[in-house]
Design a binder for this molecule. Sequence first.
Ligand code: ACO
Length: 429
Amino acid sequence: MSEKATLSIRGKCIEFPVYEGTEGDVAVDISQLYPEHKLMTYDPSLASTAVCRSTVTYIDGDKGILRYRGIPIEKFVHESPNFIEVAYLLLAGNLPTPEEGKAFRRRLTENELLPEPMEHYFSRVPKTAPPMALLSAAMNNLACYHTEFLELDNDDQFMEISARLISKIRTIASYIYRRTHYLPLIYPNPNMRYCANFLHMMFSLPYSPYEVTPEIEDALNLILILHADHEQNCSAATVRVVASSRANLFASCAAGICALWGSLHGGANVAVMEMLARIHEGGLSPEECIKMAKDKNNPFRLFGFGHRVYKNYDPRAKILRAACDRVFAKLKTQNDPLLNIARRLEELALSDSYFIDRKLYPNVDFYSGLLLRSMGIPTNMFTVMFAMGRLPGWIAQWKEQHDAQGRIIRPRQIYVGNNETDYTPENMR
Ligand code: ACO
C-alpha cells in the first residue's frame, strides 16, 4: 500500500498521498486540501512547497550538491565540455551525440543576427538605461519577429526556437553594452565559438578586432555553465508561473529576466561588487561590513552570502573561487584589491558565529563578479551575463511546465483585512 500522511485538525483526520523523488525527497500531496476540505497551508515564501515534479536539476543544499540531468556540476568543469553542450543537455534531457551537437551548433550560428529593425531599438536607448530592462524588453520584442513560435507543436520546433533564443541573447547582450556606451554595433562572426563570438561583439572595434585569450574564453564558458540552471529559484519559478497561464516562451523568459534583476537574486552580483568597491574606496571596512550585515535594525546584507537551499558552501562558488585564482594568476592581475577584500570578508564571515549558526556561506554571486570584471565586463552588465547563462535552464523549466499541461498556478491567501465596510461618500470623509 502506498504511504499516506495524516493531518488531524478540528476533530477531523485527513489523509494525503506521499511522494518520494528519485533522490529520496519526500513530499506530502496536499493539492486536495482546499477543494475537498476548504483548508489551506501557509507557506509565504514557498520554502516548504514543491510546485512541480522536475527531471532537470537536482540540488542537495546540505551536502552542497548540484547536478544537471543527474551529472554533477564538477564534471562539466574538469572534463571541459562547453556551455552549448550543457544547454543541449538541459533542453533535450541527454548529452548530444556528435551529429546532434553539430546540428544544434549550426542552428545557433544561423540565428546569431537580430532582425534589422531591432537594431534601431538599441540605437535609441539612453546611456543610463538599466541593461536588465533592455534585455527583458528585447526578449519580448523577439516574439514580434518569430510569431510562428508563439505556439510550439513538436520537439523539433522547440529545439529550433531554443537555439534561436540562446544565440540571439548573446547578440542582444553585446548590443546593450555597445549602445549604452555609445559604441558602434559589431556583427557576430559565424566562425567563432559561442563565448569568443560574444567577447568579439562586446570588445572589437570596427578598425581593430578584439583578441580573445583562451583563459578569458574558458572563464566565460565556466561562468555560463555554472549559471545554466538551478531548479526552482525565483526566476525559474516565475517562468513556470507565467507558463502555467499558457503564455509563450518569449513572454515567460522575459518575466524570468525581470525576476532575476532583483538584488536578492541575480542582481546580487552587482550588489557584491558595489559592496567590495565601497570597502576599497574606504567608505567601509570589512569588519564594519560584517557588523552591518549582522545588525537586525539595518537592512544591509552581506551580498553573495546565504542561500535558500544551500546550507553549505555553494558548489558553484567553490569552483569560481578556484577559477579566480587560476585566471588572475594567468592574467597577472592577482593583486586585484577587490579579490583580496572578498577573501577577507569570507574569512571574517566563516569564523563568525552569526554566519556559522545560520549556515551562511558564499553563493555563486560572491566570486562571479570578480571574474567578469577581469574580462572587462562592466558591473551593470553582470546580471545580463547571469541571464545569458540561465536562459537554457528557464527554457527547460518552461518546457516541463508546458508539456505537463497542468492547471494554472494560482496560490491562495489568508485574508487579514477589514470585514465588510460601508462606502463613505467623498464629501463625508
Ligand atoms: N547577510 C546577513 N544575514 C543574512 C544573509 C546575508 N547575506 N542571508 C541570510 N541572512 C540571515 C537572515 O537575516 C536570517 O536571520 P534570522 O534567522 O536572524 O532572521 C537568516 O540568515 C536566514 O535567512 P533567510 O532570510 O531566511 O534566508 P532566505 O532563504 O529567505 O534568503 C537569500 C536567501 C535571499 C539568498 C539571503 O541569504 C540573502 O539575502 N543573501 C544576500 C543576497 C544574495 O547574495 N543573493 C543571491 C542568492 S544566489 C542567487 O540568487 C543566484
